[in-house]
Design a protein around this ligand. Structure first.
Ligand SMILES: NC(=O)c1ccc[n+]([C@@H]2O[C@H](COP(=O)([O-])OP(=O)(O)OC[C@H]3O[C@@H](n4cnc5c(N)ncnc54)[C@H](O)[C@@H]3O)[C@@H](O)[C@H]2O)c1
Length: 318
């Protein structure tokens, strides 16, 4: 008797050639999904997905600002789940050109939601940010109902995109959820992102340079290893919860602690050079992920030292 095979799940990952997206694509392929990646390869890289493309993934080079193309693509692929990660993630660029930032992060998200609605997609998992929405942490770690006070257009556009996810749920019954990440780090990270400091410091450590620390280095962030972000996406896709969820460790780590932990991984000296503090930077933020723990059964598995070791090891020449 023939053994029936489970039908493969089809997932569409916007921004799948980027840092977090490509790690998510690998995990989806590992669990047997067919994956379509939508990416305009602006900050993402083809090499991030070269292995995936030799498996059950395809890359469609397209722009999420092209509403018509997104509707057609979703109608053709018919994914059960859309993981929406494509975004303009450069905080400085968002300040220099807030309208461009909004076109990608707000209008681009609306285009994906509209395509999902018309294509009867079962689940829409949106990537948002806890690191850039709350502004200066008044309660630490910050819960989801912490006041929203972004310090840059990037945080504002990501918050607006969350609002549209909720609106499409109320208005059209589309099953949406937003995940507010802390500062994500790990293999394939680009120095431009919110936790770019880890990628920059790893580069310095490899080329024998010194890390530049802005201000006193005692500013804190909630650094989350990328595999934990991937598992939060999988948990969110497999559930029906809605609204916004912090995805962080709750732990504040200073920039100097990052330097010390990385420095301890090699024999060479790794003394920081101090540069003037950068204006407009949040001093302290960390995320309370109790809600994700209770409703998604998710929690971070790797601490910062463990994640830094894996990141640094991934950068060593084979
Ligand atoms: N890295 C972090 O610390 C962090 C923290 C919080 C939230 N996030 C969110 O996670 C998501 C992924 O971020 P990342 O760090 O992997 O960044 P990334 O730049 O590596 O990935 C973004 C991807 O989107 C693609 N993209 C950009 N504009 C596009 C467009 N108009 N059309 C199609 N594709 C486009 C890029 O080419 C890239 O591959 C983003 O939504 C970001 O806001 C990241």
């Amino acid at each position: 008797m023939a053994i029936p095979t489970m039908p493969r799940m089809r997932s569409l990952v916007t921004g799948g050639a980027g840092f977090i997206g490509s790690n998510l694509v690998d995990a989806l392929l590992d669990r047997g999904d067919e994956v379509t990646i939508v990416d305009n390869v602006s900050t993402g890289r083809r090499e991030n997905v070269s292995n995936a493309l030799s498996g059950a993934a395809e890359l469609v080079e397209a722009d999420i600002r092209d509403a018509e193309a997104m509707v057609e693509l979703v109608a053709e692929v018919r994914p059960q789940t859309i993981f929406h990660l494509a975004a303009q993630i450069d905080v400085r660029r968002s300040t220099a050109d807030p309208a461009f930032d909004a076109r990608v992060n707000v209008e681009g998200t609306i285009n994906m939601l509209e395509a999902a609605r018309r294509g009867a997609v079962a689940r829409f998992v949106n990537s948002s940010t806890g690191g850039a929405i709350y502004g200066e942490g008044r309660t630490l770690p910050a819960p989801e109902d912490h006041p929203v006070a972004p310090e840059a257009p990037y945080g504002q556009s990501k918050f607006a995109a969350e609002g549209y996810c909720e609106l499409f749920r109320r208005l059209h019954g589309l099953s949406t959820v937003s995940l507010r990440y802390g500062n994500v780090f790990g293999p394939r990270q680009d120095p431009l992102g919110e936790a770019g400091v880890v990628a920059i410091f790893c580069g310095r450590l490899l080329d024998g340079g010194r890390p530049t620390v802005f201000g006193d280095g005692l500013q804190t962030r909630d650094y989350v290893y990328v595999d934990d972000i991937v598992s939060a996406n999988l948990a969110a896709a497999g559930s029906t919860v809605s609204g916004s969820f912090n995805v962080g460790t709750g732990v504040q780590t200073t920039v100097l602690e990052l330097v010390d932990t990385l420095g301890a991984m090699t024999e060479a000296s790794f003394e920081p050079e101090h540069a003037p503090e950068r204006p407009g930077e949040v001093r302290h933020i960390a995320l309370d992920a109790s809600k994700a723990r209770a409703e998604l059964g998710w929690e971070a598995r790797l601490d910062v030292p463990g994640g830094l070791e894996r990141t640094f090891t991934s950068l060593q020449p084979a």
